[in-house]
Design a protein around this ligand. Sequence first.
Ligand SMILES: NC(=O)c1ccc[n+]([C@@H]2O[C@H](COP(=O)([O-])OP(=O)(O)OC[C@H]3O[C@@H](n4cnc5c(N)ncnc54)[C@H](O)[C@@H]3O)[C@@H](O)[C@H]2O)c1
Length: 369
Amino acid sequence: MENLVDQNLFSGVYEGKKVFLTGHTGFKGSWMMAWLEAMGAEVCGYSLEAPTKPNHLELLNLKGKSVIGDIRDIPLLEKTMTDFRPEVVFHMAAQPLVRLSYDEPHETFETNVMGSLNIYEASRKCSSVKTIVTITTDKVYDNKEWVWGYRETDRLGGKDPYSASKAAMEIMTSSYRNSFFHLDRYGKDHQVLMGVVRAGNVIGGGDWAKDRLIPDIIKASLEGNPVSIRSPHSVRPWQHVLEPLSGYLLLGQKLIEGEKSFADAFNFGPLVQEEMTVQHVLEELKNHWDKIDYKIEVPEDMPHEAGLLKLDCTKASVQLDWSPVWTTQEGLGKTIDWYKSYYESNSTVTMEDLKIYIANAKERNKSWA
Ligand SMILES: NC(=O)c1ccc[n+]([C@@H]2O[C@H](COP(=O)([O-])OP(=O)(O)OC[C@H]3O[C@@H](n4cnc5c(N)ncnc54)[C@H](O)[C@@H]3O)[C@@H](O)[C@H]2O)c1
């Protein structure tokens, strides 16, 4: 495992810190666990079994504690948290797929809303917890399919069960911030600051989830079939997984440092001029790997998915001094190179990507680096 401790990233706040990370067996969680460990954090992951095979976490061979459990299993969740006594909680576990949410609405709401509530209740009972960062999505906004990016103050909504479950979870989170972790009573009646982070379509190596563009392309390419594309003109805020993670870690740093004005929601996404249609992404990917091919097929009974979705990240830029390190093209290139290394050389280049990302962040004067 790489050692990034001497680099003093995020002012070194994660060194020796006990971090409870839900969703660590998933795509974003496995990258997060690797980064936290490399900065010297003591991590306890808590999730269901890895959702895919192959699985990124298994490829990484991390040394942190890994508990396989359900966030709906209150006794196991509370026992795990109380035994570990974390100071920081990053809550990523979720049913994260829009299409699956149409087939499994009950499970989606139960996991995303009640599972999150269980995390907050367990945190209330575990006096060591001081910082909670909850991972939601750009899809929490009441999407009007307009050309402007959504701001943190825009109305929440959600036409599909996944989006609605995440928006409902945010309203519930806000009630916890008002009822139990009120900012006016911080440092007197309680010690907890809660942040919420909303990011867009995340790409990067190690994702094998169903119904996501890049994993679908990789699978189809390896089988020698052109991938079938449902929404070629959809615009999404694509970004490499390390981009939102640097934002989550930076917000976490501010909360750990007790800066209560940051106990709020933040968007993390690419620069406005970097947002791309699905077809544009495919063309970029083809430039990197000639195996990639696609065909456009829009099914007649396709369930609703947002066509135009943009995020306004001014708040993260002004208040947190956060902005992406890589362009979308660079992120797409790194993503395809990751899969090429995995399938053609049997090697997992996650830590190499992380080192390059940090080196680029330093060269490009990012405050956290
Ligand atoms: N990947 C994206 O493009 C994207 C975009 C926006 C938001 N998000 C959010 O980021 C977070 C992580 O998503 P991901 O892409 O890594 O998804 P993923 O499917 O790869 O991982 C989900 C993780 O949650 C765990 N999990 C699911 N249900 C659980 C339960 N009941 N109890 C315990 N663990 C459970 C899984 O085991 C897995 O570890 C989610 O909250 C998701 O909504 C992801």
